[in-house]
Ligand binder design. Structure first.
Ligand SMILES: NC(=O)c1ccc[n+]([C@@H]2O[C@H](COP(=O)([O-])OP(=O)(O)OC[C@H]3O[C@@H](n4cnc5c(N)ncnc54)[C@H](OP(=O)(O)O)[C@@H]3O)[C@@H](O)[C@H]2O)c1
Length: 270
């Protein structure tokens, strides 16, 4: 399996959780090379760390090609890499918008497209003509129909809550949801495509105590979750072979927050 943004924080929890369940997990990192190498070195079934820049248009293809070149083509990809841009609408530039969408949304599309091609899956879920070890097309044999191929996108409850101070982030994560579903339709039955929509599970290191308190209050369960809650949801979607096009909220109920429930602190955005 391959986890983008898998070196640390929530992605790290996903990598460790899947490895503990028996998977050989590869981690794609951007800046956190040391964290990535340390993490894969400690995994029970080994794994490799891959440098990647998924903002770049060719980042997804380069990453999949690097895995294939090592004889490690993933049968599942979890896209946890993301930008979390806090920026009011008036200050959000075109470059900000493009960068956030490139990583949060487009990279998942490009990973899915490349993954399908490398596994010989054409639109409509038809198989044959690809090669999990090489590229799509050519004379390569078709894929093993029994092999479970799966993609999981990590969205964000901001996709549903729509925080005005994080417009590019929220809209890019919202766009992931129909993207997951159109990919699920397009690649079925060969590839399952699902999403986890986490609520607050691991505040940014520089979060103010008041911000964390506001996150807590926005959940129905009145607490912030744990990265492992997200990791367990990812594992569920990877294991359950009847799940595709599933959008699984793991938010403590925060996705129902609308800021008007009348409890102190709920009108605060972050
Ligand atoms: N934390 C939460 O409470 C929470 C809540 C809801 C949803 N989520 C979602 O869960 C996922 C992980 O959250 P997090 O808080 O752990 O995220 P994070 O700390 O912001 O980490 C972002 C990850 O994205 C990677 N990344 C950044 N730029 C990249 C690029 N150009 N190319 C490739 N990778 C790049 C980073 O890799 P390097 O460190 O190697 O640069 C890092 O691993 C995200 O999708 C996030 O939106 C998190």
């Amino acid at each position: 399996m391959l986890v983008t943004g898998g070196a640390h924080r929530v992605g790290g929890a996903i990598s460790r959780h899947l490895a503990a369940l028996g998977a050989r997990v590869h981690v794609a990192y951007h800046a956190s090379a040391d964290d990535a190498r340390r993490l894969v070195d400690g995994l029970p079934h080994g794994g490799r760390a891959y440098a990647s820049n998924l903002v770049a248009a060719d980042g997804a293809e380069r990453l999949l090609a690097a895995c294939a070149a090592d004889g490690e083509p993933p049968d599942a990809v979890v896209h946890a890499a993301a930008s979390f841009l806090a920026r009011p609408i008036a200050q959000t530039t075109a470059a900000d918008w493009d960068r956030v969408f490139a990583l949060n949304t487009r990279a998942f599309f490009l990973l899915a497209r490349g993954f399908a091609a490398r596994h010989g899956v054409a639109e409509g879920g038809e198989t044959g003509g690809g090669d999990a070890n090489g590229g799509g097309g050519g004379d390569a044999p078709g894929r093993d129909a029994e092999r479970d191929l799966s993609l999981v996108a990590i969205a964000d409850s901001g996709a549903l809550e729509l925080w005005t101070g994080y417009a590019a982030h929220c809209v890019s994560k919202a766009a992931l949801l129909p993207l997951v579903q159109v990919l699920a339709k397009s690649l079925a039955p060969a590839v399952r495509v699902n999403a986890v929509i986490p609520g607050p599970v691991l505040p940014e290191p520089d979060s103010e105590p008041g911000q964390v308190e506001a996150m807590r209050r926005r959940t129905l369960l009145q607490r912030v979750g744990e990265p492992e809650d997200v990791a367990a949801a990812v594992a569920y979607l990877l294991v359950n072979r009847f799940c595709t096009a599933t959008l699984l909220e793991v938010t403590g109920g925060a996705h129902l927050w609308r800021g008007d429930l009348g409890r102190e602190g709920e009108a605060t955005e972050s």
